[in-house]
Design a protein around this ligand. Structure first.
Ligand code: FMN
Length: 139
């Protein structure tokens, strides 16, 4: 089983509210624990940026399910890599809400103070998640 990391971005559908986000996190944590997947989901009121780590098979099958999900669209892969170690092994799906995505953080990893992951490279997105995980409690 080859350990793999995938980072993708997407746009929230207009109907996506905080209840929807809670539902997404709950089902993600349940499935990801079963599939030995770990990762983080960051989001503001417009965009998602998610990292999934685990076996290549589990990452791919989960990503294919996520692609079909009508709660978001314009899904784009930023980063896909075979890895030696997990970076986000403490979270079956860590939640990074908008309050973490400060102007300071956005300016550190992108060209604007706003969170717009469509303007980010895969490496910047990964580095930003590494920085954010240090502020996040373990699950
Ligand atoms: C932004 C976003 C992130 C998601 N992340 C995950 C995830 O990490 N793991 C997962 O199993 N499902 C995730 N989902 C949910 C899947 O798209 C899908 O709804 C769910 O896996 C189906 O579960 P069910 O067949 O038990 O209903 C995510 C959905 C969205 C919109």
């Amino acid at each position: 089983m080859v350990l793999t990391r995938l980072i993708y971005i997407s746009t929230l559908s207009p109907t996506c509210d905080t209840h929807t986000l809670d539902d997404i996190l709950a089902i993600s944590r349940k499935h990801n624990q079963q599939n030995h997947l770990t990762g983080l989901l960051s989001h503001n009121n417009k965009y998602f940026l998610q990292c999934l780590e685990g076996s290549r098979e589990a990452v791919n099958s989960t990503y294919n399910r996520i692609l079909d999900d009508e709660r978001h669209d314009n899904v784009q892969i930023l980063y896909f890599q075979e890895i030696h170690t997990r970076a986000f092994g403490d979270w079956s799906m860590g939640d990074i809400p908008e309050s973490y995505l400060t102007a300071l953080i956005n300016l550190q990893f992108s060209s604007t103070p706003d969170f717009n992951p469509y303007e980010m490279s895969g490496e910047s997105a990964f580095q930003m998640l590494l920085e954010l995980k240090q502020r996040l409690p373990s699950e």
